[in-house]
Each structure stands twice: as structure tokens, then as C-alpha cells.
Design a protein around this ligand. Structure first.
Ligand SMILES: [Zn+2]
Length: 310
């Protein structure tokens, strides 16, 4: 079911890595929804590098099922980037680790990145410990399947923290910057390879846009979480957590990104896609698409015409 070269679906029965020639950088959408249960899994993506699944970005509930549906080979997925630790972005982390361990041929060394802790939210290293560390809820995981080593990194969360490079692996570069998501520590990520770049906003309110714009400058694809309508279309308190479409469009323009994928869609956004698109269009003229689960997005440096995919 081909829609465009830029945004197209992977039928659920088709192995994920079968296109030729293999794109340098590709995003598989495991989950395009948020915390409300409807027909989208929680936020989660796999980034493929040279056709090989390498990076898990967020692990929302339902990611595990989508990995199976899309027949994604986890053998080389050893990097996990968590934008924040809300349930709709992290609840399937243990299920992912379990699946990865069961499919591994040898020892696995994970590099897991996520925000530092504050208030009710543990730092990411503590979060991982609470799941699979000694005394953790799923401590048995370490005795199950492959030998696992965990290198977990807690990232700075103050908005004035400098952008940093957290991974530089044979030309695969991952950078991050702090964002702001109400009281929940949060970060955004930029993944670059062979001159291409994709940026994941995570959930963030508009106060963090200067950081996001800095991180996303010139990126080929910006995956921006679109969980609210323009005010007053959504409950007032949600604007302390999420960026409305008009500001997303302005940020995409200011960052000069080459394409925009709206994800983390809420039911009311789902029902107002044309209004959302019009709001984005006020500022941003590049290609805009709405994510769906199992969407496969080639990160391309060629500007594609806007294409509605759903
Ligand atoms: Zn969320």
C-alpha cells in the first residue's frame, strides 16, 4: 500500500527490512498514540540504519505487539532513547528487553538514555533498576535468555542545559537536548547518519520550543507529538504539557525541517486532522503527514510534495 516515497505503510505481514536499495535512515512507527486507549499503541519507534533496526525510541504500551506484527528483527537493537518516563512512553520497556533477550545469539550490551529524575519521576537509571535490577519487579529478566549488560545514562533536564552528543558510533550520531513537559523531566533526540537527520520531539509544551528548534535545525524529518488542538480546543491544563498545532508549524518553519510527521495523536486530534493541517500550514510549507501504527518512513533529503496518508 504505497503512498509516497516519503511516507508509506508496511503491511503487517511484510518483514520490515526488505526494501532495496536499503535507505540510510528509516523510522518504523510502532505506536502513534498516547495514554488514551483507542486503536493506536503508545508512543514508540524503531530507527533503522542501513536497513538494520538499531534504535528504540520510547517504548509505549503496545510496542511489543507491533514489533511482532512488523516482524522486526531485534538482534541489533541495543540503543534505547526514552524521551520521558510517562507510562505511554515506557510501559513496554521490560517487554522489549524480554523479547530482545529471547532472540539474542550472544551477550547484549544495552545503552539506555533518558532524563534525570525530579519530583515523582525517578531518574532513568533508577527506573531501569526498579524494573530489572536487583530487587526490581522483573529481576528475573537478568537470568532469562542472553547475558545482559546495561549502561544507563541520565540526561540533564534543565532547559538551559547544553545540547549534547550521547552516541557517536561509526557515523551514527545521537544528540539530545532538554525539553519541558509539565512536571515530567523530558528530552528530545536527534539521530544523524550519512548526512540525514531525524528528530523526535517527545512530549513537550511550548516553553521548550527554542531548544527543540535548535536541535531540529535543518533535519530531514521532525517527528512532533501532536496531542492537543489549538486553544481553546483542548482542556486548558493540557497546554502545560503539549504544543498546539499552530506552534508546531511555526517551530517546523523556524527549524527549517524538510518534512514533518505528526504523532502521539489523541482522539480529538484524530477527529480534527484537517483543522490541524490548516494550522500547521499557516507557517510551514513542507510535507506533513499523520503517523499511524506500522507506518514506515524513509528519512530522505529530497523534498517531497505534501501527501495525505490517512
Ligand atoms: Zn505521552
Amino acid at each position: 500500500m504505497l503512498a509516497t516515497a516519503l511516507f508509506f505503510f508496511v503491511p503487517s505481514a511484510t518483514p520490515a527490512a526488505n526494501s532495496s536499495p536499503k535507505p540510510a535512515l528509516e523510522v518504523l512507527v510502532l505506536g502513534s498514540g498516547g495514554p488514551r486507549p483507542f486503536d493506536r499503541a503508545g508512543s514508540s519507534y524503531i530507527v533503522m540504519v542501513d536497513g538494520i533496526p538499531r534504535i528504540l525510541v520510547d517504548a509505549g504500551p503496545g510496542a511489543f505487539v507491533r514489533i511482532g506484527e512488523m516482524q522486526i528483527d531485534l538482534e541489533d537493537v541495543d540503543v534505547v532513547l526514552l524521551t520521558h518516563l510517562h507510562i505511554d512512553h515506557s510501559a513496554d520497556l521490560a517487554a522489549f528487553l524480554n523479547a530482545r533477550a529471547l532472540t539474542a545469539d550472544g551477550p547484549v550490551t544495552y545503552r539506555i538514555f533518558g532524563p534525570d529524575g525530579a519530583g515523582l519521576f525517578p531518574k532513568t537509571s533508577r527506573f531501569v533498576d526498579l524494573l530489572i535490577g536487583e530487587g526490581g519487579a522483573f529481576a528475573y529478566q537478568r537470568t532469562f535468555g542472553a547475558d545482559e549488560t546495561f549502561s544507563v545514562h541520565d540526561l540533564a533536564i534543565n532547559l538551559d542545559s547544553a545540547r549534547s552528543t550521547i552516541l557517536d558510533d561509526h557515523g551514527l550520531l545521537v544528540e539530545e537536548i532538554a525539553t519541558h513537559h509539565g512536571d515530567c523531566p523530558s528530552v528530545a533526540y536527534r539521530i544523524s547518519y550519512k548526512g540525514l537527520a531525524v528528530v523526535f520531539s517527545g512530549d513537550m509544551d511550548a516553553s521548550a520550543l527554542p531548544n527543540l528548534i535548535q536541535l531540529a535545525k535543518g533535519a530531514d524529518l521532525l517527528v512532533f507529538n501532536c496531542a492537543v488542538l489549538d486553544p481553546p480546543g483542548s482542556p486548558a491544563q493540557l497546554y502545560e504539557l503539549h504544543t498546539p498545532p499552530k506552534k508546531i508549524g511555526q517551530a517546523a518553519k523556524d527549524a527549517g525541517v524538510k518534512s514533518l510527521l505528526l504523532s502521539h495523536l489523541a482522539p480529538d486530534v484524530e477527529g480534527q486532522k484537517e483543522a490541524v493541517r490548516r494550522s500547521i500550514r499557516v507557517s510551514y510549507a513542507g510535507p506533513v503527514a499523520f503517523a499511524t501504527d506500522r507506518l514506515r518512513v524513509r528519512v530522505d533529503d529530497k523534498r517531497q510534495p505534501p501527501k495525505k496518508i490517512n
